[in-house]
Ligand binder design. Structure first.
Ligand SMILES: C[S@@+](CC[C@H](N)C(=O)[O-])C[C@H]1O[C@@H](n2cnc3c(N)ncnc32)[C@H](O)[C@@H]1O
Length: 258
């Protein structure tokens, strides 16, 4: 795919994004080199973890493997690919979106694109309308060390970006279960596959008609996404979904409830 992409951002933010994508890709090359099935496909790994727990809740060997995966990825970016992030930015600008939720933030690379797009939209179309500032992006991360790093990167970007992000630390199934306003324009599902459908169901009542759900890696991790994709395709689900031909597949789903 060719691109003449234009990101409305200060040069220092563009430079930081380039560096963060480079670091993330370097780490992914290390992940791939591990040649462990559980490590090869990050999204399948947690499925293995969940499926491997036996009825008594005792640890099985594949669960141990998956735990070592969890330890291994604890300090890894696993950032959304740059071309997908650019597409996401374009889409948010086109939608005029000002309320966005990110499921899975890690070191906050994709979050920077979300905040940049939302900040531009607010400048053009206005914010809450009551003159009060409210961050337009709800980010979620359960690893506190990742949250610390993400905040550092956002601070480097400057107050415009930093001020547009509310980071909710902890398990997103808890942190997104309260204080989410109606009228969410876009949900990014960049999370382990077993969490994708529960997260969608949690946020769905808050989605506005015409809202978009973006889901990463729906082809490469198709097995892990079976239930989510069936849910999208269900009779009168209100969802209409296409898989965009980015690496591993990038699902764009529009919500128009009947
Ligand atoms: C693929 S990474 C997100 C990458 C990020 N969107 C980016 O582009 O930079 C997924 C993240 O979800 C986090 N995560 C996993 N389970 C979670 C949960 N239950 N609640 C919140 N975050 C979770 C992981 O720690 C990991 O950092």
């Amino acid at each position: 795919m060719s691109s003449r992409f234009h990101l409305d951002a200060p040069q220092k933010v563009k430079d930081l994004l380039r560096e963060l994508h480079r670091l993330s890709l370097d780490q992914e090359a290390q992940l791939a080199a591990k040649k462990d099935k559980a490590v090869d496909n990050r999204f399948v790994s947690t499925d293995i973890l969940l499926q491997s727990r036996d009825r008594d809740g005792k640890e099985t060997s594949s669960e141990k493997e998956s735990k070592s995966f969890e330890d291994f990825v604890r300090d890894k970016f696993i950032a959304l690919d740059e071309d997908k992030a650019e597409f996401m930015y374009q889409l948010i600008r086109a939608m005029g979106a000002t309320k966005v939720i990110e499921a899975g933030t890690s070191f906050g690379v994709s979050t920077i694109y979300l905040a940049l797009a939302v900040a531009e939209n607010k400048k053009r179309y206005g914010g809450t309308g009551d003159g009060k500032h409210k961050p337009g992006v709800i980010a979620t991360e359960k690893e506190s060390s990742k949250a610390v790093k993400a905040r550092e990167y956002w601070a480097e970007c400057g107050p415009e970006i930093e001020g547009e992000i509310e980071l909710r630390e902890g398990d997103l199934l808890e942190t997104l279960s309260r204080d989410v306003d109606q009228g969410v324009d876009l949900l990014l599902l960049d999370i382990w596959t077993p969490l994708a459908l529960p997260t969608l169901k949690l946020v769905q009542p808050k989605l506005r008609p015409g809202a978009v759900v973006l889901t990463d890696n729906t082809q490469r991790a198709a097995e892990g996404y079976t239930e989510l994709l069936e849910y999208f395709g269900g009779f009168q689900s209100g969802f209409s979904s296409v898989t965009l031909p980015y690496s591993g597949g990038f699902e764009m789903t529009v919500y128009n409830p009947k």
